[in-house]
Design a protein around this ligand. Structure first.
Ligand SMILES: Cc1cc2nc3c(=O)[nH]c(=O)nc-3n(C[C@H](O)[C@H](O)[C@H](O)COP(=O)(O)OP(=O)(O)OC[C@H]3O[C@@H](n4cnc5c(N)ncnc54)[C@H](O)[C@@H]3O)c2cc1C
Ligand code: FES
Length: 504
């Protein structure tokens, strides 16, 4: 949906070795913000991107900008204490303000607007849920009030919490604008460049798949899920998959706001005006869309894609009866950390000039912006009040249960080495579909393309050897263990894997 109105331009490849103060890897919101802020401070920065900017999860987002943490403030206080919860709120609030000020300073028309946020009850919860959450949010210094119903058109919320001064924007218009400002200021951006290895140390070096190297004083790995880490971070975060539908809406039928319910996994809703040429037609009037997300599950551990989209649509029509036909639907991955906050800072067990930004926890627009501000301070040698809250080495005592649960789940995925294939023979695979088959002691990922040709890959993930599964929604091979994703030809599109699936 975002690509339809703001497709980022392809960028030139890197053809020879180069040097910079800082090399940033990955041009999603985290990498672009980091590169831009460092460039503003006079650092020479090289930003490299495997595909085109914004082609990762930044292009799949719904772009709620919020300081209302997805995992709820009752959890934030339990896990991080009251001081930690206050810092978390402060960091997300500052990130929204920074996005707003970058839009103003750089004159980026990213359709940034302040809106209210409403948290409303799903049937399994009663009002005590809201009371506890309001109390916790107030302790974390949020402005919040309880209402008997949200004062909005087109949606009967029932009792809800109202959080003023939340925001929304068009993520790719923003990304394009920040990238333009970065390159105008002398920043260098290369596309189609995959980093395959990072060597930290006094002179850090980034190796790329095509050969040219980048020599830098510091390296920032902002690839959504870092390929520079085998265990230290990936045992503390888990990949989840989320679905989105966007339906046409009569203008004015629903009040623009951010809407979230208390279900687990929760539903998240916002509006967007679009001038997408296909929708607008000849008269050119913008079209309003209602964007509804939810139905999350662990990546590659469910295959009922159509049922998920249908459930989302049913929920939407029950709650927002004015919603018209669905114009867009998509899906993507979020990295859920064991304690609800991102990992931003020095890469554990690495040289101290290699930095990572990961663990978006479904709030990657703000976490990505926090990453830019925090890593910029660390590289510039300035203290940052959020540094220990987001330290990638941290382990919070209250998160140990979740840590064990998620890692037992990962261990269980290795059982797929022993199970039969999803289908018995390649003949059962229809065009444009993939399935895993067993061949002797190993498993093969087989994709049949539109023309009927069969493409065979090893089904063994190149990160730590789990068996991948076909993702119908995105036509990718996804790994259930730590969320590596590969396109139908086996090319890695999401870390932590840095190598493609082996072609057979
Ligand atoms: C359905 C959905 C809804 C969401 N809704 C919200 C929301 O409402 N609000 C919110 O705050 N967040 C939301 N999120 C989360 C948010 O979109 C992401 O967390 C955020 O976009 C991640 O940004 P990033 O820069 O970390 O990663 P990405 O945008 O994925 O960028 C990483 C980039 O690195 C590149 N890359 C990867 N490996 C390499 C390599 N080896 N070498 C070079 N480049 C590489 C990739 O091509 C990619 O472009 C949502 C996510 C999904 C999937
Ligand atoms: S992502 Fe870790 S084994 Fe596949």
């Amino acid at each position: 949906m975002w690509l339809d109105t703001a497709r980022p331009a392809r960028r030139p490849p890197l053809t020879a070795d180069t040097r910079a103060d800082v090399c940033v890897i990955g041009a999603g919101i985290a990498g672009v913000t980091t590169a831009y802020l460092l460039g503003k401070e006079g650092r020479s920065v090289v930003l490299i991107e495997d595909g085109t900017p914004g082609c990762g999860m930044t292009g799949m987002t719904t772009a709620h900008l919020s300081d209302v943490i997805d995992d709820r403030y009752t959890e934030m206080i339990r896990l991080h204490g009251e001081d930690g919860a206050q810092l978390a709120c402060d960091s997300h609030r500052s990130a929204i303000a920074r996005i707003e000020s970058i839009c103003q300073q750089e004159q980026i028309d990213a359709e940034f607007r302040r809106v209210s946020g409403y948290l409303f009850l799903s049937p399994e919860h009663d009002e005590s849920f809201l009371d506890e959450e309001m109390d916790a949010a107030r302790h974390a210094c949020l402005e919040v009030e309880k209402l008997t119903r949200a004062p909005v058109e087109g949606f009967e919320s029932g009792p809800c919490l109202h959080f003023p001064r939340q925001a929304q924007f068009h993520p790719l218009k923003y990304l394009n604008g920040v990238l333009d400002a970065f390159t105008r200021g002398g920043g260098r951006l290369y596309g189609g460049v995959r980093a395959i290895k990072v060597h930290g140390g006094s002179t850090a070096e980034v190796e790329t798949a095509a050969g040219p190297r980048i020599i830098a004083k510091a390296v920032v790995v902002a690839t959504n899920s870092p390929f520079v880490d085998l265990f230290a971070i990936h045992t503390k975060q888990a990949p989840y998959y989320s679905y989105v539908v966007a339906a046409r809406l009569p203008h004015g039928a629903v009040t623009p706001a951010l809407y979230w319910d208390t279900h687990d996994p929760y539903h998240y809703v916002r509006l967007q005006r679009t001038t997408s040429r296909e929708l607008v037609g000849d008269n050119g009037d913008p079209v309003d869309l209602l964007i509804v997300g939810g139905e999350d599950h662990k990546t590659a551990q469910e295959s009922d894609t159509e049922e998920r989209f249908t459930a989302l649509e049913t929920w939407m029509r029950q709650h927002y009866p004015a919603a018209g036909p669905i114009e867009f639907r998509w899906s993507g991955q979020v990295m859920e950390t064991q304690d609800g906050l991102a990992f931003i800072g020095r890469n554990p067990l690495d040289a101290n000039n290699v930095y990572v930004a990961t663990g978006d926890s479904g709030m990657g627009m703000t976490h990505g912006t926090i990453a830019g501000m925090l890593i910029c301070d660390l590289i510039q040698g300035r203290p940052n009040r959020w540094a220990s809250l987001y330290d990638p080495s941290r382990i919070r005592a209250g998160a140990v249960g979740d840590f064990l649960r998620e890692n037992l789940n990962v261990a269980a995925q290795y059982g797929a080495w022993l199970t039969p294939g999803e289908v018995k023979s390649v003949d059962e695979i229809t065009p444009n579909t993939g399935a895993v088959i067993r061949e002797g002691p190993t498993k093969i990922a087989v994709f049949r393309d539109e023309a009927g040709a069969v493409h065979r890959l090893s089904a063994v993930c190149t990160h730590l050897g789990c068996i991948v599964a076909w993702n119908k929604a995105a036509s990718t091979w996804d790994c259930p263990c730590h969320g590596s994703r590969f396109d139908a030809s086996g090319r890695v599109v999401n870390g932590p894997a840095s190598q493609d699936l082996k072609k057979l």
